[in-house]
Design a protein around this ligand. Structure first.
Ligand SMILES: [Cu+2]
Length: 143
């Protein structure tokens, strides 16, 4: 009987539900060239996202996080894992390919800072020569 209670506690613990997600860094993907895939990702607080350098010469840098949220800075070709505990919208970029629109969005739980994310996207758009609309399209998927 005690065993059953313990099992139940493990099953309802939030940690038991935390998931792992992968974002690939690609030269070519479904959304075009120089791209994170998936470019928009929705996760739950406590989930872990791993950026996988499938193709060479990419990295991942957070560009906007909600207040108190996690930030990260990967080196070129570095596989980066980040556990996102703070709810909100995160924008990140590939530093060498920011001007080619290599950016991505992660929504963690509630989109608490959606307006700030939209403002940031508008300011980043000016520095892009290609795929200018990609970031806005990802933000449009935020629920
Ligand atoms: Cu890149």
């Amino acid at each position: 009987m005690q065993k059953l209670v313990l099992m139940t506690l493990i099953l309802i613990s939030p940690l038991a539900w935390s998931a792992e997600h992968k974002v690939k860094m690609l030269n070519q993907g479904e959304d075009g060239s120089m791209v994170f895939e998936p470019g928009y990702l929705q996760v739950e607080p406590g989930d872990t996202v791993t950026f996988v350098p499938v193709d060479q010469s990419h990295n991942t840098h957070s560009a906007l996080s909600p207040d108190g949220g996690e930030s990260w800075k990967g080196s070129i070709n570095e596989k980066v894992s980040v556990t996102l505990n703070t709810e909100g919208v995160y924008i990140y970029k590939c530093l060498p390919h920011l001007s080619l629109g290599m950016v991505g969005v992660i929504q963690v739980g509630e989109a608490t800072n959606l307006q700030a994310a939209k403002d940031k996207a508008a300011s980043m758009k000016g520095g892009m020569a290609m795929n200018k609309d990609r970031l806005g399209q990802y933000l449009d998927q935020v629920e």
